[in-house]
Design a protein around this ligand. Structure first.
Ligand code: GDP
Ligand code: MN
Length: 304
């Protein structure tokens, strides 16, 4: 008995098209997860892209909270993969536990978003995303969908809708629903400010920074005057309007696998004074892949 046969994959035959269902294209959905939200899982199950073409990958920190989230996630996976209807089961599921420490920052929204905590947090997030990506990207993967663990509502056609634009990198607009005590009605507000078009001011600020310094978006202390996709949403313009971007958030981000294969990842260091998903957009662009965003196509973030 000789050695096992060599498996050959011809990457030319892995198509990446605007009609991924027709072409049976494999999707890798990647989620770094600090907390498990049932609403995230239920929304994931509602995705109408054929589940047999979807591989799920998760990475969770080795903290008490991370252990709890892992247990909850595994319980839901069991339910679907072992007892769910055939059509609901995913092709495969991979869970990684982080082999480095999480940033020593509380997971509460107000703490997470303090400017002083951002650099350490985004570094850890970048490493988590890279570990997850480099261990799960396979030879038959056509697309990678980055979907945060606190995205609790999206159109069920999320994958098809984003892919239909046939862009190398494309991001949805991440909003948050909240109760407005003044109108006594539910309302929505922008949540993710990491998707933007650059400004002269931001470029000048970056020029004056030290080599390890990073620019962050959404902080009054750091006025960048970038054009934020969060504020480009307009009911008067078409739902499928796509705008070129220089920075992207990764709450619901579809990437052609070839962009990652070319080497575009999430820098855990200052890359053109950008870090993590914003650095990723820059790296993709430097590799010749222009990122886009959909201002009128919304997904919704959990409200703590
Ligand atoms: P924010 O929405 O910008 O405040 O960022 P989040 O805290 O929601 O982080 C983005 C994503 O990464 C979410 O899916 C989190 O569950 C997840 N996450 C946050 N911190 C960690 C961490 O230390 N390790 C891992 N593996 N995932 C994390
Ligand atoms: Mn979040």
């Amino acid at each position: 008995q000789g050695p096992p046969p060599v498996t050959r994959y011809d990457l030319n035959k892995v198509t990446v098209t605007a009609d991924p269902i027709k072409n049976q294209e494999h999707i890798l959905i990647l989620t770094p997860m600090a907390r498990f939200y049932q609403e995230y899982w239920d929304n994931l199950l509602r995705l109408s892209y054929p589940h047999e073409l979807i591989t799920l990958g998760f990475i969770l920190p080795k903290t008490k909270e991370g252990n709890q989230a892992t247990a909850a996630l595994q319980q839901q996976i069991q339910k679907i993969q072992n007892h769910g209807a055939e059509k609901d089961r995913f092709k495969s599921i991979i869970i990684l536990r982080q082999d480095f420490d999480p940033a020593v920052v509380s997971q509460d929204e107000s703490e997470r978003h303090k400017l002083g905590n951002q650099k350490a947090r985004r570094e850890v997030m970048a490493k988590a995303r890279n570990s997850l990506l480099f261990t799960t990207l396979g030879p038959s993967t056509s697309w990678v969908l980055w979907l945060d663990a606190d995205i609790v509502e999206s159109p069920p056609t999320l994958i098809q809708d984003l892919a239909s634009h046939d862009k190398p990198v494309i991001v949805a607009n991440c909003y948050q629903k909240y109760y407005d005590p003044e109108t006594k009605k539910m309302a929505e507000r922008p949540y993710d400010f990491n998707s933007w078009q650059d400004s002269e001011t931001a470029l000048k600020l970056a020029e004056q920074m030290g080599p390890d310094d990073i620019l962050l978006e959404g902080y009054a202390e750091l006025a960048t005057y970038r054009t934020l996709m969060a504020y480009m949403s307009n009911p008067g313009s078409p739902k499928d309007l796509a705008v070129p971007l220089d920075g992207v958030g990764s709450t619901a981000l579809l990437v052609k696998a070839d962009v990652h294969r070319d080497g575009a990842m999430f820098p855990a260091f200052s890359f053109y004074h950008l870090i993590e998903s914003e650095g990723f957009a820059k790296m993709a662009k430097r590799l010749g892949w222009q990122p886009y965003g959909l201002p009128n196509y919304k997904v919704y973030h959990y409200n703590e």
